[in-house]
Design a protein around this ligand. Structure first.
Ligand code: S3P
Length: 261
């Protein structure tokens, strides 16, 4: 055997070891999850994640391959998140609720923490139409926009492990709710009219609030929609005075309860 052949054999042995270690690591991830579930502990632990990263950085400080190894660890971490998500949510998570209820913020956070794909419906529609939402409303009218929402929702039901952040009006159409539920759990985020007002008062991208941007008109529109939102929801989370992490933890534990039933 020449040297090159010998090195290749050594490399193959290294790869086998890597596979064994990764399998072991993934099994530990599953044990951690089962432990957290058993003892009702929070699933998301960003502080622990940060601690792990610090430990790694410290260990790799002097290493000549530190950038490359760091890169590999980013992938490993993402994979762990994906394993968690697949176990916890074998479906799409669909967030509904009034404008400013926190759908985009929470979807974004969840998709990062579980490495789930994120679909921001308004954004996808605006990109496809090459127009902002207010321009779509102004040019083609609300009904046209609502049809685009329905069409997109239908496409999304082919997917799994997605976080879908719906525009505030999506859950008002009954056929949309049927579509959401085919392959997803529907989470309603709520907030008081004054909280909503504080969150949306400076935004210009919501045509329905353009001439109605006050606590009173938000409250009126909310009341009109409330029954439909509630009827669509599998779980409801009130978001006033809560942090993103608190809301996300509540969402996860309510979804887990739903599946335990
Ligand atoms: C709407 C909510 C908006 C956007 C459109 C209509 C609604 O989305 O889809 O302006 O009818 O509530 P956000 O809830 O993300 O603001």
């Amino acid at each position: 055997m020449n040297d090159l052949e010998m090195y290749r054999e050594q490399l193959a042995i290294c790869d086998d070891k890597l596979i064994d270690v990764l399998v072991e690591r993934n099994a530990i991830i599953e044990k951690i999850m089962a432990y957290k579930e058993k003892y009702g502990m929070p699933i998301l632990q960003p502080a622990q994640e940060a601690k792990q990263e610090r430990r790694l950085a410290e260990k790799l400080k002097e290493n000549k391959y530190k950038d490359e190894i760091h890169d590999v660890f980013q992938c490993i971490l993402k994979n762990s998140k994906r394993i968690q998500a697949r176990n916890l949510f074998p479906y799409n998570i669909v967030l509904i609720g009034f404008m400013g209820a926190g759908k985009s913020t929470i979807s974004d956070y969840l998709s990062t923490m579980f490495d789930m794909k994120l679909v921001e419906m308004d954004q996808v529609i605006a990109e496809r139409e090459e127009m902002s939402i207010p321009d779509i409303f102004a040019t083609y009218g609300e009904e046209y926009f609502r049809d685009l929402e329905t069409q997109l929702l239908r496409e999304l039901q082919e997917k799994k492990h997605y976080v879908i952040s719906c525009g505030g009006g999506v859950a008002l159409r009954e056929e949309n709710v049927v579509e959401m539920k085919k392959n997803g759990r529907v989470v309603l985020l709520t907030a008081s009219p004054s909280t909503i007002y504080e969150r949306v008062k400076d935004s210009n991208d919501r045509p329905l609030l353009k001439e109605n941007n006050s606590v009173e008109s938000i409250s009126r529109l909310m009341e009109k929609r409330r029954e439909k939102y509630e009827a669509a929801a599998d779980v409801v989370i009130q978001t006033d005075h809560k942090t993103i992490l608190q809301i996300s933890e509540e969402l996860i534990s309510k979804l887990m309860e739903l599946d335990a039933k």
